[in-house]
Design a protein around this ligand. Structure first.
Ligand code: MLT
Length: 312
């Protein structure tokens, strides 16, 4: 018979290359982590995993594309706290429902965010940065990976907590945003440690503070904003989502392959070097990701509302 049951299809899965949509520009933190994961996932699952960068709308465009794709397990998105939590509150009309338009597969990593400034900005500490920015706010701007991205929200909550009112310049990812920061065309950026670290080490940008509760072993000398008197917390995470309605057997197979991928010593080593933290096994299940997305949407709603920032 030509009729194939979904169970049989899931058993063979995957029989052709997979696509991992990175909802940001190449060279940014989601892209860097995504390419490390995609390469090893391809080996583990026995089919190539092709990375496709679809930027715009703070990661909303690429995520929406996956929400609308066939739920057959061949098109996945590497989501973030921005694309699958923060933008749900930030946008007056979100492009999709992060809870109901996707099938959560696995949370991969937690990633701290650092505030970096152009090299010639006259401030060395976070306290000096706040004082300088207060005095010069009218002529300053900060860059982000687009409205509703983690980099946007990190600077938004920092600005609102520290009392800074600065113009926002959105890009299609922090990759291009970082280039303009290095060129001095914007004043600061809240970037993920995974791409900021190389620029800090190379002295092409100035580190101001890390926005997590504790310092990172990847940048141990960089103080937290809280140590400098401003109590903010901002971070991102990366997780794999399929479109809603993906077969349970496909989710199970992809989840197992992702867990295997994240166990790989060379993957762990590279991610640790970037300052990304692979999540503990109990946080790698699809069920955990369902509840985590829900709690992250709730967690971020209050600070986003308090910031007064909304995207029409
Ligand atoms: C963000 O959430 O700001 C993105 O991860 C940035 C990027 O990958 O370019």
């Amino acid at each position: 018979a030509l009729c194939v049951t979904t169970a049989a299809v899931a058993q063979d899965y995957p029989t052709r290359p997979l696509t991992m949509v990175i909802p940001f520009a190449a060279g940014g933190p989601t892209d860097v982590l995504g390419r490390i994961v995609a390469q090893r996932l391809g080996e583990v699952i026995g089919q190539q995993v092709v990375v496709e960068n679809v930027g715009g709308a703070g990661g909303g465009n690429g995520s929406q594309r996956v929400a609308n794709a066939a739920p057959d397990g061949y098109t996945m998105v590497l989501g973030t706290v921005g694309t699958h939590a923060q933008n749900q509150t930030l946008y007056k009309r979100p492009l999709y429902n992060a809870e109901t338009d996707f099938t959560p597969v696995a949370l991969l990593a937690d990633v701290p965010i650092v505030l970096v400034a152009r090299n010639d900005l006259p401030a060395k500490t976070f306290r000096e940065f706040v004082a300088y920015t207060k005095a010069n706010a009218a002529k300053m701007s900060f860059a982000s990976a687009g409205s509703g991205s983690a980099s946007h929200l990190a600077c938004t909550v920092t600005n609102s907590t520290a009392g800074l009112n600065v113009t926002h310049v959105p890009y299609r990812g922090t990759g291009p945003a970082m280039q303009d920061l290095q060129g001095g065309r914007v004043d600061y950026l809240c970037d993920m440690i995974s791409t900021a670290k190389a620029q800090i080490d190379g002295k092409t940008v100035k580190p101001i503070a890390i926005l997590t509760k504790t310092r990172s072993p990847a940048l141990p000398d960089l103080p937290t904003a809280s140590e400098e008197g401003v109590d903010v917390e901002a971070y991102t995470w990366n997780a794999i989502f399929l479109p809603k309605g993906a077969p349970a057997a496909v989710v199970k197979k992809l989840n197992a392959a992702l867990i295997e991928t994240m166990k790989t010593p060379s993957v762990r080593e590279r991610l640790a070097g970037l300052g990304a933290v692979v999540v503990a096994p109990e946080r790698q299940t699809p069920e955990y990701l369902v509840s985590f997305v829900k709690s992250e949407i709730e967690k971020w709603a209050a600070p986003i509302k308090a910031s007064g920032v909304q995207v029409e």
